[in-house]
Every structure is written in structure tokens, then in C-alpha cells.
Design a protein around this ligand. Sequence first.
Ligand code: PLP
Length: 363
Amino acid sequence: MRARPNVLQLEPYQPGKSLEELKMELGLRDIIRLSANENPLGASPRVLQAVQQFLPLIHLYPDGYCQHLRHALAAFYQLPPDHFAFGNGSDELIHFLGLAYLEPGDEVIVAHPSFVRYDAAALLNNATLHRVPLTPDYRHDLPAMQARVNERTKLLFIANPNNPTGTLVYREEVERLLNTLPPHVLVILDEAYHEYVDHPDYPDGLDYVRAGYNVVVLRTFSKAYGLAGLRVGYAVARPEILEPLERVREPFNVNSVAQVAAAAALTDQEHVRRTRELNRHGLNYFYQLCERLGLRYIPSWANFVMIDLGRDSRAVFQVLLQQGVLVRTGDIFGMPTFIRVNTGTPEGNTRFAEALQMALSEQ
Ligand SMILES: Cc1ncc(COP(=O)(O)O)c(C=O)c1O
């Protein structure tokens, strides 16, 4: 028995230990996870209520077309309902884009470092992957990405803001790119952290969908809406671009609880506003901390920040963990002196600050 060679090139997801296992192992009462870019406020109370009410119906198969959620989003964005496709997280939509569009020998352009699931979509489908380094200020280098476009290019991924750096691509840059790309290239604007961004030059990808460009916008309920555990993301594009995705997906890929929760979450924009405000405070608190400790950081427009510790961050990671604070090490992104930490509650942020100070003084 032998798996496909390109499958063997893929790194399996490293699930890591559960928070419960880590607590037992380290003898800790609690651990705060600031490594997964989750919403520290949790989901809106409206979501919890809607899910509770729905539970007696979980023996029924979900609506395979997400009608209710589809119409809710269509009204929210003033777009036709056929401009949406749904996934078990936006992760699944990235997978569908690969399955639906890539043939062996096709080419995919991504930034590096950026979200790793784009690479997986390319490799799984035997497409050639071009990783274009970020600029020295850690932003997508769109002219360099554009320079890699040729007649085999099918997909070009832009995470805006980027994960792991939290940096933006600005409106003018996106427009220059879109106006020069040949028509066989599909641009994926992954806006997983869209709701957090408050920058005047941040483009709204939906404008380009409305204007008829070959663009797919990806958004998710996992981040600002606080539904990461339920797995629901959506793609927005012209229906003829989404139609191949409908062919590759399983009939019931978004579960019924997730659909109910997402529609309820959308009605509570006050929760999103509170989330955004809490994040802004958290980022400012982290920036001040870095300035106090003399650490460099990458100013972020998402809900996490990359902090340069000026040394291999893995030892610091261990000391933080022993104090019950879980962050991400930068080695997985090719940035080994950095940690990526997401904003938490004010108490969580303080705990991170204290733990970091202690970790750095110990090293
Ligand atoms: C840039 C980006 N895109 C997509 C995702 C996937 O999110 P989900 O599958 O939870 O919707 C993430 C999650 O970390 C992300 O950072």
C-alpha cells in the first residue's frame, strides 16, 4: 500500500496536547491559550441561546445549502444569495479551491510566510507552488508575486491581514494587481481577520467581487465572531466562480448547529464591536510591553502580534508554558526568534506580560 507521493509531502497537522493534558502534565490549575487567535470574549450570548433552542433538532441532517445563513449574509452585505459558498471553516474552502481548480502542473503563488493551508492545497493537487518572500517590513510583495504569474498560474493567495505577521495589503496595491492580471488567474483574498481591521487604506474584498473581478473573498466565523469550535467559513464570489466548489464539496459539509450559531452571531454586531475594542486595547498593551522590554514587534491589524525576542524563542515558549501561558513559536513560520501571541482578556494579557518578563529575566 502506498499513498500518493504528493500526499507524503504534506506535513500532517500536529494536534499538540490538549489543554487538559498540559494542565495535568505541568501541574497547573489553568492555562490560557494565546496561540490560536481565538476570541477571548467567547461567542455572543445570542449564539448560546440560539444553539440551546436548536439542540432538540440535532438528529436531523443539516440544510445542505445553508439557506438561512446564506440569506442572512446576502442581506448583511447586500449581495445576491448565489454569491456565497460555505465551508467547515474557511480551511475547507481553501481545500475546495485546490480540488476544484488545480491540475498537475498548474501554478499557485503564495507569500512566505503566510497561512500554510494554501501550500497544502497546491501540493495535494500536484500544482507547482511559488513562495514569494514578504518585504523587509513583513508585507506581501505584490509586484514580486505578480512577476511570478505565467500562463500556468491558476491561484494567487493573499491573506489580508496576513497570518502570522498581521500586516496589510493596501487598496491601491490590490487594485494595481487586479488590473494587470490575466483573466485565467483567480485571486483569493483571505480576510479571516477582516472584522478587526481599522485602517483607512484597508480594501474591502467584496468591492472587487461586486466589480466583477476574478476574486474569491474568504471570511470566517472563527475569529471575531468567536465560533472557532463550530467550524463555519464562507467564500464570496461571482456564482460561476463558486459553482465548481459546489461540485467538490460533500452535501452536508457545514453542520446544523454551526449554521444556526453563525446566523445568530451575525445579528450581534455589538459583540463584534466589543471584540474589536478589546483587541485594540490588547494590541496597545502588548506594544507598550515590548517598548518597556526593548523588544521589536511587527505592528498588527489582526488579533495577534509577532514579537521578536532576539533569540531562539523555543526556550522562552517553554518557560511561558510552565507559567500557564501558551503562545506560538516563530520557527514554524521561518521566524525562529519570534513568538506569535494573540490578545486575550485584560487579565490574560497581564498574565502573559508577567510571564514574559520572568521568562526573559531567566534566560
Ligand atoms: C489567514 C487565515 N485563513 C483561514 C483560517 C482558517 O480559519 P477557519 O478554518 O477557522 O475558518 C485561518 C485560521 O487561523 C487564518 O489565519
